[in-house]
Design a protein around this ligand. Structure first.
Ligand code: HEC
Ligand code: HEC
Length: 376
């Protein structure tokens, strides 16, 4: 019965019996069980091919894409850590410290918008960003990147054979994006359980699954095969500190995007600590504790977190009220605003949710290694 219900909830999730047709993709990717081929996105002007993916792999691991030959994409997205860096925030060229945590680069082919704030509209557009970011790879311009890559004879020939033209920045992006599309994760214990293998997850994880969609309300935002709604929410992360990252607002300029960040996938979550856009939560237990408290109060807290609520308008009104009243802490409206909707989880329930999250570690990316040698 339960499994039946979960099937409805995770509609679109492929079962073991589904045959995923990947013939259009040049037989480059085999999607593991649990991922939805229908949701996988390959742009019309960047068809997948083995040769392109190989070129992208070389570029992804090549430190020569940075100004001083010290940093590659893999410096911050390392295969041994499910393509993140295990740091709170990333460290780039000349040991410069960034402002956000590096997301795990897995299952990216299922998402359109990239970055915590979704400012890149495609994987291709994203891939060329870090090279000229002064605190990541530190290249002065994309022309400079093209000049440097084209100055390496092996790459010049390789680009010619894959794209049939001289090195261009967009083709560098296309090759890297193609490689990234091959970093997938599925066939986790949960996927096996959903496909009918009753013993694939522990009893604790089964209870955690029920809580995830029930009392703990996680599926409000972490839904579908990747456990994300691919939209943006304000949970209040950093609103208890001195500096606030405005997140999605910096992209859209819309008030209801203030402090909102993209719901991240939860696949491989056990391997990708620390958590949240600022890496402020060290463990899964800390993360559950955070949600149990209802997030961190702020005037823009997502309605999904701060319920029951009159929505954004009411919150904005209250925010203004707060500015105008001398003793705002006493006003009933303000009290309502900062009243977080706690989940009241028992310690067993918290442990069950953690067991569930640990059942999302799967397969599909572990075989990736840096190239043995690079073009000269
Ligand atoms: C210095 C560390 C660093 C380097 C080098 C780096 N990244 Fe990142 N990457 C990050 C951080 C931090 C973020 C999140 C930034 C944000 O969202 O504003 C990120 C975000 C991303 C994302 C978005 C993922 C998502 O879930 O939205 C992709 C894809 C990505 N990087 C790929 C690359 C590629 C490809 C390269 C090499 C060309 C690269 N990165 C180089 C640190 C780095
Ligand atoms: C209102 C939408 C929403 C709800 C409800 C929600 N999440 Fe999240 N989750 C997010 C967003 C957005 C982030 C990133 C927030 C940030 O960094 O500012 C996130 C981050 C996370 C992370 C860290 C991911 C990473 O890669 O750093 C975990 C783990 C997580 N959520 C688990 C859960 C669990 C478990 C629940 C239920 C108890 C839950 N979430 C409920 C939206 C939500």
């Amino acid at each position: 019965m339960l499994i039946g219900l979960l099937w409805v909830l995770f509609q679109g999730t492929a079962g073991a019996e589904d045959v995923i047709d990947t013939s259009d993709w040049g037989a480059v990717i085999t999607l593991p069980v649990g991922l939805d081929a229908e949701e996988f996105f390959v742009p019309a002007d960047n068809s997948l091919s083995k040769a392109k993916v190989e070129l992208g792999r070389s570029l992804f691991f090549d430190v020569r894409l940075s100004y001083d030959n010290t940093i590659s994409c893999a410096t911050c997205h390392a295969p041994q850590f499910a393509f993140t860096d295990k740091r709170r925030v990333s460290i780039g060229i000349n040991s410069q410290i960034g402002g956000r945590s590096a997301p795990a680069i897995i299952n990216r082919g299922f998402s359109q918008e990239q970055f915590w704030d979704g400012r890149a509209e495609s994987l291709e557009a994203q891939a060329i960003g870090p090279m000229t970011n002064p605190i990541e790879m530190g290249m002065p311009s994309h022309e400079f990147v093209v000049h440097k890559v084209a100055g390496i004879e092996g790459y010049r020939k390789w680009f010619k054979s894959v794209f049939d033209r001289d090195v261009q920045i967009d083709d560098i992006g296309r090759a890297i994006a193609s490689f990234e599309r091959t970093l997938v994760s599925g066939n986790s214990p949960l996927d096996k359980y959903l496909a009918g293998e009753e013993g694939a997850i522990s009893e604790s994880a089964k209870r955690g699954f029920e809580l995830f969609d029930g009392k703990a309300r996680c599926t409000q935002c972490h839904s579908g095969a990747l456990f994300t709604d691919e939209t943006y929410h304000n949970l209040g992360i950093d609103w208890d500190g001195t500096e606030v990252d405005l997140g999605r607002y910096l992209v859209t300029g819309r008030a209801d995007d203030i402090g909102a960040f993209k719901t991240p996938t939860l696949r491989e979550i056990a391997l990708t600590a620390p958590y949240m856009h600022d890496g402020s939560l060290a463990t899964l237990e800390d993360t559950i504790e955070f949600y149990d408290q209802g997030g961190i109060a702020n005037p823009f807290l997502d309605v999904e977190m701060a319920r029951p609520s009159g929505g954004l308008e009411m919150m904005l009104e209250m925010f203004e009220d707060k500015g105008n009243t001398d003793d705002s802490s006493q006003s009933p409206e303000t009290a309502k605003m900062t009243d977080l909707e706690k989940l009241n989880l028992t310690s067993q329930e918290r442990a069950d949710l953690v067991s569930f999250l640990k059942a999302l570690s799967g397969q599909g990316w572990q075989h990736i290694e840096p190239p043995k040698s690079y073009p000269q």
